[in-house]
Each structure stands twice: as structure tokens, then as C-alpha cells.
Design a protein. Sequence first.
Length: 265
Amino acid sequence: MNKKVTTSTLLSMKQQGQKITALTAYDASFAKLFDEQGIDVMLIGDSLGMVLQGSEDTLTVTVDDIVYHTRSVRQGTQRAFVIADMPFMSYANSEQTYHNAAKLMAAGASMVKVEGGDWLLETIKGLNQRGVPVCGHLGLTPQSVHVFGGFKVQGRGDLQAEQLLEQAQALAHAGIQMLVLECVPTSLAEKITLAVNIPVIGIGAGAKTDGQILVMHDMFGISANYMPKFSKNYLEQTGDMREAVKSYIEEVQSGAFPGELHSFN
Ligand code: KIV
């Protein structure tokens, strides 16, 4: 068995310029398939509300949903680093946050992910102090879809870009050990990636981040509703699930994915 991926592995990958590969996963069988192909990180994303449950957004997902799927993914995983999403309103105050993060870690997560900027600084410090590593998530944070007025690219325009850069630095300073950047212009994602000393994983954020993540259903081209511009159907081009994952990993590692077509200006 290859050595388990840890926060130290991911940090040294960033430092050595080695791209980090990530996919969402929700069950043991796919987790095993992804793990065997060499995926570095698996996220039990609250995207499961959309791709598994058929909802319009992620707001219907509960902590117990994520706990159930985290347990399943953990069963199928030997090497990859496992992150669990904290769903909408599950980290609104500190008591709730610690209680819910404890459930996700006990289910098999090695890190929890939270969406948002400045308002999370104390939450991140508190989780770290209690032994819970945290992944931040900035840009198009789907739990705020109704604030944004839809699933829209974020960080366009100098002021918004500056704010996102400052928030990324503040989150890193507070103690996040990884950052997901979703749907932001490539140039901004590059700036943020260079400005923080933690791995930055992009989705719809261009090729200059330290790694890439896709929702597995998008990568297989089987999402029920639509195919986001930033994703690519690897099953179509390979005709086989294992080959599709292998090809995704190779293209992320070589820098071939994402191309211009899958990125925003
Ligand atoms: O919920 C999710 O799957 C995510 C990824 C899109 C990063 O947050």
C-alpha cells in the first residue's frame, strides 16, 4: 500500500510544485476505485444534495447525511486524505460547530470544510485548538447561493478580487490547512495561490492553483441537471470509469486540465 496522504504530504506537494488531485466521493465503492487510481484527496461534499438527492442546491443537506456518506467513503479508502463538508448552518455558532465537527471526524474525516471568510476566523482557531484540521472555501460558496443571486463567478473586478485575496490570507493566518477556490478568474486564483503557504485546490479557478477538484458526477458526465463549464466529461473520452479517473489524474498532474475552455477570466 502507498503511504497515507496527510496534511504534511499535501503541504510538501505544494512546496515541490506537484499538483494535488481531488474528487468528491460519497460511497465505499467509488472511494475504493478513486483510491486505487491514486487520487490524493476525497471530499464528501454537500454537493451530494444536488447529485445524489436531486435538490436544486446544497442547503437541504444535513450533518447526518454527511456522517453517513463519510463513514462509507472511509470504508473504501486506504491512501487518500478524506475531508467532510460541514453543511449549511451546521457551524453557525461555536457550540454547534464543535458538536458537528466531532461527529464528522468520528465518522472518518481527517479534516472538515467550511464556506466563508472573515466571520470564520474564531471558528477555525477553535477547531484547530480542539484537534480538528480545517479546509476553507472561498469564491462561489454554494451555501450562499441566495446571497449571490445564483451560481455566479466571484472575484471579478478589482475590489472583489482584493477582498477575496485578503480573506484567503486571513483564513490561512487563522489556521486553515487547505483552501478550495471555486469559480474565480484564473489570474486571481494564481495570486491567491502564491500569497498563501497552504495548498489551494481549484474548481473553475484555472490551472495555476496547487491542485484541482471536481464533483465526481461531473467528471463522469452523469450529473442530472447540467454540465458546468469548468468540468470535463472523462468517461466520454475513455469509455471506462477507471480509465476516466486515471485520465483526470494525469491531466491535472501534467497541467493539461483545466484548459482555457474550463476557466474564467
Ligand atoms: O460540495 C462540494 O462538492 C464542494 C466541491 C465542489 C468543492 O464543495
